[in-house]
Write a protein that binds this ligand. Structure first.
Ligand code: GTP
Length: 235
């Protein structure tokens, strides 16, 4: 196996499947199956999930809402997704723990780094909810932060596209995919992988980012097994 401990970043929007809003149970179950496959191989899996399928703080602010209120709503949305994913994983017989950056003790454990690592060592999937617990930070930043804290080997960013391209592959059919790219090149070329806060945090802490297509069955397992899936961003 290429990786021993991974931080999987999933977008909230991905949970919508073909819907316009909310959670598609079919998509959720598919993701749970993909995750189960890697857990069964002995890979330690931590997950950060976004909340954009329910609420985005930035979008709220664009409509005149206070940004901090909006971001708090977004953080709660990630907890809803975390609970949904936890339930879907448990349906597949995968042991999980949900830890949240904002305390909602009746619902989930509070985030405690050492406890999170212990859960991972015991083979439990740890889902981190509520982002970093602070407004103005994205769930990508939360994903990088948690990956560094729990000493993950890499952050695997599951998306709709199968890697990083020189132009938007959904708009340009001549777009060329990178197999590997350095952090520096991503910045020089003005490519969008993550927001800059997340990206530079990853670079400074030498945490590789792999962007891959999470919607193709078996991709996650292939990736952790060492197959060249997606694009690797590294120093
Ligand atoms: P180990 O004892 O280290 O194996 O971990 P554990 O998670 O099994 O033990 P613990 O006794 O901490 O937790 C037992 C159950 O309670 C697990 O399902 C936890 O997710 C849950 N749990 C622990 N702390 C909290 C909390 O603060 N809030 C909520 N809602 N659940 C919690």
């Amino acid at each position: 196996m290429q990786y021993k401990r991974i931080l999987l970043k999933l977008s909230g929007e991905a949970l919508m499947g073909d819907r316009q809003y909310g959670i598609d149970p079919k998509r959720l179950a598919e993701y749970a199956k993909e995750i189960k496959q890697v857990v069964e191989k002995g890979i330690e899996v931590a997950i950060v999930i976004g909340g954009g399928n329910i609420f985005r703080g930035v979008a709220g602010a664009a409509n005149g809402m206070d940004r901090v209120q909006g971001d708090h709503m977004g953080m709660l949305a990630t907890c809803i997704n975390g609970l949904a994913l936890q339930s879907a994983l448990e349906d597949q017989g995968v042991y999980t723990r949900l830890q949240t950056a904002l305390e909602i003790k009746e619902v989930a454990e509070p985030y405690i780094k050492r406890k999170a690592i212990r859960h991972l060592e015991k083979g439990r999937v740890v889902i981190f909810g509520a982002g970093t617990g602070n407004p103005y930070f994205t769930t990508d930043t939360a994903a990088v932060l948690r990956a560094i804290e729990v000493d993950a080997d890499a952050i695997l960013k599951g998306t709709r596209v199968n890697g990083i391209y020189n132009t938007d592959p959904e708009k340009d059919k001549d777009a060329v995919k990178f197999e590997t790219i350095t952090f520096k090149e991503v910045i020089e070329k003005g490519l969008k992988v993550m927001d800059m806060t997340a990206f530079t945090l990853s670079e400074e802490n030498k945490l590789p980012i792999i962007v891959f297509d999470m919607n193709t069955n078996g991709n996650l397992l292939k990736l952790v097994s060492g197959e060249k899936i997606g694009t690797v961003v590294d120093n």
